[in-house]
Design a protein around this ligand. Structure first.
Ligand code: PBG
Length: 323
């Protein structure tokens, strides 16, 4: 028997009924707010393609972290800009780097936040690639030790979770080993396991000044056409010791998030990346969309697909709207 016995509209009649049977309930509990740390003090420069997002010196990072914690957001992820870039991105592992100093400052100020750090070389290398270069090639194995050193410097500064985003093979194992050797066995690894070579990172590259100076990232980041390969990347990172795995970008890859969620019983994160954010902001500024409804629908979709941890530049707005 179907209609008239079955009427799905019965449960959509009022907000109380809809709320009672809602399958996906978003909250601030899974949100991570990305921030860009730069050298100096009292620096706060807005990223032109990302309204409301700033490059900030450690003292300013702390101020915004207080606001973030006050909004009930549990975590931030820090990206760093160096004083000087060089061939091997040596400032990535400097104890005096903007990320390392920011973590220390957050800890000193006793701001109650989980601090994640992005582990990569592209912001620190003169060529803008995520590994070291020889004869125009991005070398895999020689990059691993540098990434592990960067991760160790973040742990020493007080990071809770390190998040390698470079897509070199074997980096999770190299970082896990390095952390364990230095008694940081309790520092977790969130790996950008399925990171696609995406045009959706455009505005981020302005924010992090990390655009490759030649070529592109196709030899290490994943081909957007591949979903099964993402499952293999995730399996490898889990074998190497990843605690949380991430799919990135989020919206154009909801199918990948769903497949990863289905296959693996570990926390799944998704990165709602810079262009996903900038497109919404631009359309909202033009008055073409209802920003609040669009953003809450986006966050709901990413969670519905299977991500319980969501990195998003919208985090502060979402927290305000959910209050
Ligand atoms: C560094 C890194 C990138 C992003 C996060 N980590 C850029 C890239 O790979 O080019 C993108 C984040 C965003 O677009 O918001 N490897």
């Amino acid at each position: 028997m179907t209609f008239p016995a079955h009427r799905p509209r019965r449960l959509r009649r009022t907000e109380a009924l809809r709320g009672l049977v809602r399958e996906t309930r978003i909250s601030t509990a899974g949100l991570v707010y990305p921030m860009f740390a730069c050298p100096g003090s009292k620096v706060r420069t807005e990223v032109s393609s990302m309204p409301g997002i700033f490059q900030q010196s450690p003292d300013q990072i702390v101020e915004e972290c207080r606001e973030v914690a006050g909004l009930g957001i549990p975590a931030v992820i820090l990206f760093g800009l160096p004083e000087k870039k060089d061939e091997t991105g040596s400032e990535a592992a400097s104890p005096k780097g903007a990320v390392q100093l920011s973590i220390q400052a957050i800890r000193k100020a006793k701001v109650d936040l989980l601090v994640l750090t992005d582990v990569c070389l592209c912001e620190y290398t003169s060529h803008g690639h995520c590994g070291v270069i020889k004869d125009g090639e991005v070398l895999n194995d020689p990059s691993l030790a540098l990434l592990a050193e960067a991760a160790l410097s973040h742990a020493r500064a007080g990071a809770d979770i390190v998040a390698p985003s470079d897509m070199m093979d074997g980096r999770v194992a190299a970082i896990r080993r390095k952390l364990d050797e230095n008694k940081f066995q309790d520092i977790a690894i969130l790996s950008y396991a399925a990171k696609y070579c995406s045009a959706f990172y455009g505005p981020f590259r302005e924010a992090a000044q990390s655009a490759p100076q030649f070529g592109d990232r196709r030899s290490y980041q994943m081909d957007p056409a591949n979903a099964r390969e993402a499952l293999r990347e995730v399996a490898l990172d889990l074998e190497e010791g990843a605690d949380i795995i991430m799919v990135k970008p989020a919206l154009p890859y909801l199918d990948v998030i769903a497949r990863v969620r289905d296959r693996f019983d570990v926390p799944v994160a998704a990165y709602n990346v810079s262009a996903e954010f900038s497109m919404v902001k631009a359309a909202a500024q033009k008055g073409w969309i209802d920003e609040q409804r669009i953003v809450l629908e986006i966050i709901t979709s990413i969670q519905r697909a299977g991500a319980s941890v969501i990195l998003t530049y919208h985090a502060k707005d979402v927290a305000r709207w959910l209050k």
